[in-house]
Design a protein around this ligand. Sequence first.
Ligand SMILES: CC(C)(COP(=O)(O)OP(=O)(O)OC[C@H]1O[C@@H](n2cnc3c(N)ncnc32)[C@H](O)[C@@H]1OP(=O)(O)O)[C@@H](O)C(=O)NCCC(=O)NCCS
Length: 157
Amino acid sequence: MLKWYLAATTEADIDQIFEIERYSFEQPWSRASFLEELICKNAVNYVVKSGNSHDHEEIVAYIFFHLIEDEMHLLKIAVTPEWRCQGLAVWLLGKSFSSALEKDVSTVSLEVRPSNKPAITLYKKLGFVITGKRPNYYSEAREDAMVLTKNLKEKAL
Ligand SMILES: CC(C)(COP(=O)(O)OP(=O)(O)OC[C@H]1O[C@@H](n2cnc3c(N)ncnc32)[C@H](O)[C@@H]1OP(=O)(O)O)[C@@H](O)C(=O)NCCC(=O)NCCS
C-alpha cells in the first residue's frame, strides 16, 4: 500500500506548504506567490499527502512548475524534513514528468544553488545535465544558479 498519494493543490493547502517552504529555503516564496501560481495559466502544481484515506491529510511534499509550449520549467519542489530520503522526490518528479509528457512536453529545466548538494545529487541521478549558469540569481546570498536540463523522452532510473 502506498504511504502517500498525489493531489491537486488548493488554497486550503497553502498554510501547510508555506510551513515546509520556510523550513526548506533560505529565500522562501511568500504566500502570495503560491496563491498566484494557483491561478497562473501555465502553472501546474501538486501536493503529496500522507496516509491512505482522506480522513487524516498531511502535506508531505509539493511541486510547482510551468508548462510553456514543449518545455517544463521546474520552479519548486520540497519534501517535509521527516519524509526526506525515502524516494518521495523521485516519485513526485516521476509523476510530474509523466503528466508533462502526456502534453507533448519534451524537456525540463530548472535552476539550483551550487551549494544544494542533496538537490543536485537528486537531479543528476534522474539524468539532468548542467547546461548553463545564471550569475547572481540568488541575489541575497550573491550565489549564481546552475541551470540543469533533462530530455524527458530519455528514460532515467
Ligand atoms: C532535495 C529534496 C527535494 C529531496 O527530496 P527527498 O524526497 O529526500 O529525495 P529522495 O528520497 O527521492 O532522494 C533521491 C536521491 O536524491 C539524492 N539525495 C536526496 N537527499 C540527499 C541528501 N541529503 N544528500 C545526498 N543526496 C541526497 C540521493 O541520490 C537519493 O537517492 P538514494 O536515496 O538512492 O541515495 C529535499 O531534500 C528537500 O525538500 N530539500 C529542500 C528543498 C530543496 O532544496 N528543493 C530543491 C530546490 S532546487
